[in-house]
Design a protein around this ligand. Structure first.
Ligand SMILES: C[C@H](O)[C@H](O)[C@H]1CNC2=NC(N)=NC(=O)C2=N1
Length: 99
């Protein structure tokens, strides 16, 4: 099982994740991605879904047209883990590629 990040580790990780914020009500990070249109947003989700399956680490997300609201946390760890940081970085990298 993967370890929950300490407060110090969490704050350090957030420094390197532009646009990501701490969720208000839980130990999780959140970001809103905006794309050109629904096709780009859904393409992003489809490609992240494949990465998520491979990593066995799945985002919580909500899509409306070109917007994807993402929340990342690790249920098994009861909070934020390095797997969330890795997923956030993968999302940022893919989003910058397609927008
Ligand atoms: C059984 C399965 O491996 C677990 O439930 C995995 C699947 N995907 C997961 N995704 C996330 N975000 N957190 C988890 O703890 C998690 N656990």
């Amino acid at each position: 099982m993967v370890a929950k990040l300490t407060d110090t580790e969490r704050d350090a990780a957030l420094q390197d994740l532009p646009g990501w914020r701490l969720a208000e009500d839980r130990d999780a990070i959140a970001k809103t991605f905006k794309f050109a249109d629904f096709n780009a947003a859904f393409g992003f989700m489809a490609r992240i879904a494949l990465i998520a399956e491979k990593a066995d680490h799945h985002p919580e997300w909500f899509n409306v047209y070109n917007r994807v609201d993402v929340v990342l946390t690790t249920h098994d760890a009861g909070g934020l883990s390095k797997q969330d940081v890795a997923m956030a970085m993968a999302m940022d990298s893919l989003a910058s590629e397609i927008s």
